[in-house]
Write a protein that binds this ligand. Structure first.
Ligand code: W6P
Length: 376
């Protein structure tokens, strides 16, 4: 019942990225955030609708038709919602979020079907760019809407979905516990695991860096990385005594500007023929579905979560030994602003790559020329 021109009108507007700082202040107030969401969510949904329509074959792909329908419905829902009626507005957001529940799965299936319809040389390049933009837009919307729903229920430390004193070591420990338990339940055993925190200037381990962050994002990334490390370690099918020599280690450390997390395993590294496909939404290493695998989008999706607030995620594979994942997150909340897709400027998703620069430095050095640096 909403005219297409309405979607077009909103699609012509530019998304307005929100800073973590404003989520802790002006957008920690429900009325202000509701008014903002009422304007902003339709802009971002219209962008996703237009991206689907820009796929020439979209009407032949049932998953794209379904996704288009769902986004049109959510778009008009939001346009009709009244931000001045908090209870009703919350209900609208809940329904919009519910409609997004299987969107990652739906869109990765859409790209798989599009590949089989279209074929072609650089399909993975196209689909990765498409899904990076689409899912980054979705991530921002979902987080802002969840933040609104959460500020109605203040926690002990938290403001909405933000913890101004997020304890990165604690988040890693909790994530590790859960993944270890899932691993024991579904695969019968789990590698040993160690979590340690360090802070620049502190004399010993045990200094947990705290910073304003969205613990849900950190937890999501750490869980995905641990699932990969655990699965790879157990796939070696060594005996229990050997498993004790293959610990997964998490180091959390920080200087004034960044929190850096290294997750290391001893699962013999990423096979050379897999290479940069670890970052592809179209590729999965797991043969059987389990809570430890999913549909193979965990790594690119984790990198998107890291980049969302200006962080980065890198993998370094040491052949025959193991894999290190490096997660870098900015620590100064006033500098953390949402990264939103900008299709006029294809590099936007590549922002915030402090570690990347470091890795490129290593990459260009003749001494480390053989160290495999996974492209990002
Ligand atoms: C592996 C493969 C992988 C991917 C991502 C993170 C860690 C690991 N370990 O063997």
């Amino acid at each position: 019942d909403l005219k297409d021109t309405d979607v077009e009108r909103f699609a012509a507007k530019k998304p307005r990225p929100v800073s973590l700082h404003s989520c802790l202040h002006e957008f920690a107030r429900p009325a202000e955030l509701a008014a903002f969401l009422h304007d902003e969510i339709p802009v971002r949904f219209a962008e996703r609708i237009r991206w689907i329509e820009q796929v020439p074959e979209w009407k032949e792909i049932p998953e794209l038709v379904d996704a288009h329908l769902k986004h049109m419905a959510s778009f008009s829902y939001m346009r009709k919602a009244d931000p001045k009626e908090p209870v009703k507005f919350q209900g609208s957001l809940q329904r919009i979020l519910k409609r997004q529940d299987n969107m990652v799965e739906l869109m990765s299936h859409a790209m798989q079907r599009l590949r089989s319809v279209r074929g072609g040389q650089d399909f993975d390049g196209f689909s990765n760019k498409f899904l990076d933009n689409f899912l980054l837009n979705r991530l921002g919307c979902n987080l802002l809407m969840t933040h609104y729903l959460a500020i109605a229920h203040p926690g002990r430390h938290t403001i909405g979905i933000i913890d101004p004193q997020c304890d990165a070591v604690e988040v890693c420990r909790e994530a590790a516990q859960d993944v270890q338990n899932a691993c024991r339940d579904f695969l019968g055993r789990a590698p040993p695991l160690e979590v340690q925190g360090f802070s620049q200037g502190a004399p010993t381990a045990g200094f947990a860096p705290r910073f304003a962050y969205i613990p849900g994002i950190l937890s999501f990334i750490v869980r995905e990385l641990l699932k990969n490390s655990f699965r790879a370690t157990l796939d070696l099918e060594t005996d229990l005594a050997d498993l004790e020599h293959r610990p997964v280690q998490i180091i959390v450390c920080a200087d004034e500007d960044h929190v850096m997390i290294r997750i290391s395993d001893r699962a013999q590294g990423i096979p050379i023929d897999v290479g940069t496909r670890v970052w592809s939404y179209m590729y999965t290493t797991s043969k059987k579905a389990s809570p430890l695998s999913g549909y193979g989008v965990g790594l690119p999706l984790s990198r998107l979560h890291a980049r969302y607030l200006g962080g980065s995620l890198q993998l370094v594979s040491l052949p025959g030994f193991g894999t290190d994942a490096y997660l870098s997150l900015p620590r100064v909340d006033t500098q953390m602003v949402e990264v939103v897709p900008d299709c006029d400027e294809h590099e936007s998703v590549e922002k915030g790559t402090a570690v990347l620069d470091l890795m490129r430095l290593y990459d260009s050095s003749p001494l480390t020329g053989r160290l495999k640096v996974m492209h990002c």
